[in-house]
Design a protein around this ligand. Sequence first.
Ligand code: NAP
Length: 283
Amino acid sequence: MTKRLGIFGYPLHYSLSPLFQQAALDALGIDAKFEGWPTKTEDFAQAVQGLRADDCLGCCITQPHKEAALQLVDELDPAAEAIGAINTIVNRDGRLKGYNTDAPGFIRGLRESVGFEPEGRSALILGAGGAARGIVYALREAGVSRMTIANRTEERAHTLARDMSRARFRPDAISLNVDQLANFAPYADLIVNATSMGMRGGSADEESPLPPELISGNAVCYDAVYVPPVTPFLEASENAGAQVAGGLSMLIYQGAEGFKLWTGQDAPVNVMFNAIPPTMRED
Ligand code: NAP
């Protein structure tokens, strides 16, 4: 029986997951079809119930369903519970378990694309939405020594900082405002854009969340956004002399973690990268 996998989200125009996941399944000769499942909020809960069928291995979840999905599974991986969002569901004999693979996907992407080792370093995270939650958790687990979270809606930055605080790790929370950013940005070893600013088709697709003059040439700048491959933030960072990487590596590695959970096999990540059209890559 051909197995089914897919990605839930709305809208799904820019999702690259069906492309690179199908390429990986085909490369390993796994008889499964990975599809895009555009699903509106009002239809999501019922759609998740359909994952329990015998022929379904599970799914990926993207915006706007990552938080709602928490309530719809039978079991949560502890990291997903701590992050407060899931992007992967695995179906085992009709029981659904939720995972967050954005967090390990981000760290692997950061290490492999720019060789950044977080332990003992300082980080500035721009944004406090679903992606930022996974990124802050991942950096905390990887041992960053100091962190600042900056968000347009400042209260959300405080909530995320509180949720992720523990002994010897208490992130600062500020608003995404030039005067406040000036106290932190020039001194950060790592700056991550986890806002949707710069994302094609978004409301702020031509804007960088950080003015170029606040970016140090010594920083590593990572953008979670991957469409377009070079965002205004990455362009500004590159002009400042910083080392830069876009979000494609995070996308592929979060997908590779999901692939392993669904199939039990290591994902062929080179096949996944090669499935991405050249115009969507940075190089
Ligand atoms: P989300 O939960 O909707 O959060 C959006 C974030 O962007 C919030 O912090 C929001 O601030 C901020 N924001 C939106 N518009 C803004 C504007 N005009 N000015 C300033 N801040 C603005 O979305 P998400 O899931 O975190 O995704 C964020 C980005 O990460 C998206 O572009 C997504 O494609 C990308 N992403 C990439 C990967 C990957 O694998 N590479 C994985 C997940 C997400 P407020 O709180 O003030 O609204």
